[in-house]
Design a protein around this ligand. Structure first.
Ligand code: C2E
Ligand code: CA
Ligand code: CA
Length: 659
């Protein structure tokens, strides 16, 4: 015990035999005024519960146990006191370093939890510790205890069973005050800037929008992230003004974009929950969009999930007004902790934004993946737009697209960018004008634009009945390599990324015959309706690699039945996808791009004989179709007038035509 403390019995705690509050004060008075010490304030968490459940004698037992833990874990020369019911104060000698003090606190936390006695009771409790480091004796003990108490209270607030040092809080407090003093002028001096993080379609690798995120370009402290200053803005209500500033800046920017390349690009804006207590909030937003002549359907208002925890009726009322005014509404940070499935029932929600921390569940084995998969599937059923945040890897891209989530924001694609950089990014990644060539093969081999013309090779390639009334198919009779095929001009496919879709009806099951063959400068691609038993394959071969075979495989095409097949290859993500009647059937990643088309052959291959059967409605495009587009192309046929099948033949599995 510290410095051979000798207190009177009135200054000693009857229970633990430690000095009591009076003892602590007398010890403090006896200390050298020039000395510097460390102080630790310990408070038992949930002590009242223990008293209530187990009775006071167990509570007493526990206090004795804790006092022993303290005595066993402090350095020689420390002074330990019990100053109240479940409160202890320790004075530690000043020669200890900060790390020593912190280690002592950690050791106490650990020891309390691992004391072998009364495990039944111990599991209910823990300690919250407030620490004051390097404290001189030139002030009153009350002042010191007050600091200790503040730090201890913070430890409790942050989740108990931990220690917090007062100087850290003090530093935070000073930073907080600094922000509070500077924020107004920051807004006036235009130090608050808007950065834009691209929203991407993961299947097409195209830019589909942006989220406006605030940054503080601080003249002295550099670029500050929102987490450094937003809590102050929120706490002071200044966020109300800042959000409107962000919103207006976005509208101004959209007005500029409207006369340039980025017209109609949707932009998401974050809104603090505080707005939902402002009656004139929606009127203000509408007024701003009118002033800048911005289409409200191109603005997505993001409301964080936790906002829905209370006052839901009030919040829903305002959301309804905003929705009716034409804005899109998104629930932000979905899955970050407060998820209320209740709010999903709201008819005013357009979009669900999956929180990055939720996505990280996908790394937590099968169960984690199942949770995400089912949440996404629920969102889909509710017809919500789904977007994943914090996407950082290709594995996540594959997993999410596999679950039917096509949109993402994340460092895998890009961080939030300043305006100029964003515009540069957009130039490269935004959706380009599609160049698509369509062949309907109606007694002619010209494409729809009349610019490209195919050529029959061999004598037995003929026209047959297509899937749409009055439109033809090409019939391939099979036969040896390079004998019967249709040659298409190579410049039909000018891009490394592409979509190809066509209706195919094989007439016999023969392995390793080809429907479509594309020769590139550095390899080839070939579509084989039956490769191995039960398997169709879109094979890409990269000649630069010895083992450069990339087979995207799905189930083989049924014989004597029409199937609508779509192949997409995206050179940016290096992913190839196969769609069977509009549904994704296979995906393969890490395929290097094949460049410069040299020839395109239908019904045959340089190396393998032709398949026997029909092909029609061929479309080759330089854009990667999204899953939704692949499906809608397929549905488009089903709904087309004169689509040549009877109702009962229109099944998801395809349909049969008899020749
Ligand atoms: P948020 O709305 O969830 O925005 C997404 C945050 O995730 C952004 O952080 C973004 O930079 C970050 N992020 C994006 N991709 C990745 C990734 O792949 N990995 C990781 N680790 N992080 C990624 P930021 O810009 O620091 O913004 C933090 C939060 O501050 C935002 O979270 C939003 O809640 C809030 N905020 C930002 N700007 C505003 C604003 O103008 N008004 C309001 N009310 N809140 C804002
Ligand atoms: Ca957001
Ligand atoms: Ca978010």
């Amino acid at each position: 015990m510290a410095g051979g403390w000798k207190g009177s019995t009135t200054e000693c705690d009857y229970l633990t035999k430690l000095p009591n509050r009076g003892g602590l004060f007398r010890f403090y008075d006896s200390m050298d005024r020039k000395s510097v010490n460390h102080y630790m304030f310990l408070d038992l968490d949930n002590f009242k519960t223990v008293n209530d459940i187990y009775g006071h004698s167990t509570g007493d037992e526990l206090l004795v146990l804790v006092s022993k833990v303290l005595v066993d874990n402090v350095t020689e020369g420390s002074f330990i006191s019990r100053i109240g019911g479940d409160e202890f104060v320790i004075v530690l000698p000043g020669h200890m370093s900060r790390t020593d003090v912190e280690n002592t606190a950690s050791a106490i936390l650990h020891a309390v939890f691992h004391t072998g006695k009364r495990r039944d009771v111990i599991t209910h409790i823990s300690l919250s510790i407030g620490i004051v480091i390097q404290q001189s004796c030139d002030c009153s003990l009350d002042d010191i205890l007050c600091k200790c108490d503040t730090a201890m209270y913070r430890a409790k607030q942050s989740g108990k069973n931990r220690y917090v040092a007062y100087d850290i809080i003090e530093r935070e407090f000073l930073e907080w005050r600094k922000i509070e003093n500077e924020m107004r002028s920051a807004l006036d001096k235009k130090e608050l800037r808007i950065y834009y993080q691209p929203r991407m379609n993961m299947v097409t690798s195209e830019l589909v929008g942006a989220e406006a995120l605030i940054r503080w370009e601080h003249p002295a402290d550099g670029l500050l992230d929102p987490e450094q200053f937003l809590p102050v803005f929120e706490n002071t209500g200044f966020i109300l003004e800042v959000d409107l500033f962000v919103f207006e800046s976005v509208c101004r920017q959209k007005q500029i974009w409207n006369s340039a390349d980025l017209a109609a690009l949707p932009v998401s804006v974050n809104l603090s929950r505080l707005h939902f207590y402002q009656e004139d909030f929606s009127t203000k937003l509408i007024e701003i969009t009118d002033r800048y002549n911005v289409d409200r359907s191109e603005l997505i208002l993001e409301i964080t999930e936790s906002a829905f925890v209370k006052d839901t009726i009030q919040i829903e009322k305002i959301i309804k007004t905003l929705k009716e005014a034409g804005f899109k509404i998104a629930i932000d940070d979905f899955g970050s902790g407060y998820s209320s499935l209740n709010m999903l029932k709201s008819a005013y929600i357009d979009e669900l934004k999956l929180d990055g921390s939720f996505l990280s569940l996908s790394g937590h084995g099968e169960r984690g993946r199942l949770v995400i998969k089912n949440v996404l599937s629920m969102g889909k059923d509710l017809k919500l737009e789904l977007i994943a945040e914090g996407v950082e890897s290709q594995e996540q891209v594959l997993f999410l697209t596999g679950c039917g989530c096509e949109l993402a924001q994340g460092h895998y694609y890009c961080r939030a960018l300043a305006m100029i950089e964003f515009e540069m990014f957009a130039k490269e990644w935004k959706r380009k004008q599609e160049h698509a060539v369509r062949f309907s093969f109606c007694s002619t081999l010209l494409d729809e634009s009349g610019m490209y013309k195919g050529e029959f090779k061999g004598t037995e390639v003929t026209y047959g009945k297509g899937v749409v009334k009055d439109r033809c198919a090409i019939y391939f009779p099979g036969g040896p390599v390079k004998q019967n095929y249709l040659q298409l001009p190579a410049d039909v496919l000018k891009s490394e990324s592409y979509s190809i879709s066509l209706w195919i009806c094989p007439n016999e099951l023969v392995y390793w015959v080809s429907v479509l063959f594309i020769e590139f400068d550095n390899g080839f691609a070939s579509l084989v309706p039956s490769a191995w038993e039960g398997t169709a394959v879109y094979r890409m071969k990269d000649d630069r690699e010895v083992l450069g075979w990339y087979d995207t495989r799905c189930c083989s095409l049924p014989v004597n039945q029409w199937t609508y097949l779509t192949v997409t290859y995206d050179a940016r993500s290096e992913i190839c996808r196969l769609y069977f009647n509009g549904r994704q059937a296979a995906v393969l990643e890490h395929i290097p791009p094949l460049r410069i088309t040299k020839q395109i052959m239908l019904g045959g291959d340089k190396y393998q004989p032709s398949f026997r059967g029909y092909v029609c409605e061929l479309m080759i495009s330089d854009r990667v179709a999204s899953e939704a587009e692949a499906e809608s192309m397929y549905r488009g046929y089903l709904e087309q007038q004169g689509f040549g099948i009877s109702e009962q033949e229109k099944t998801a599995e395809g349909f049969v035509l008899h020749f």
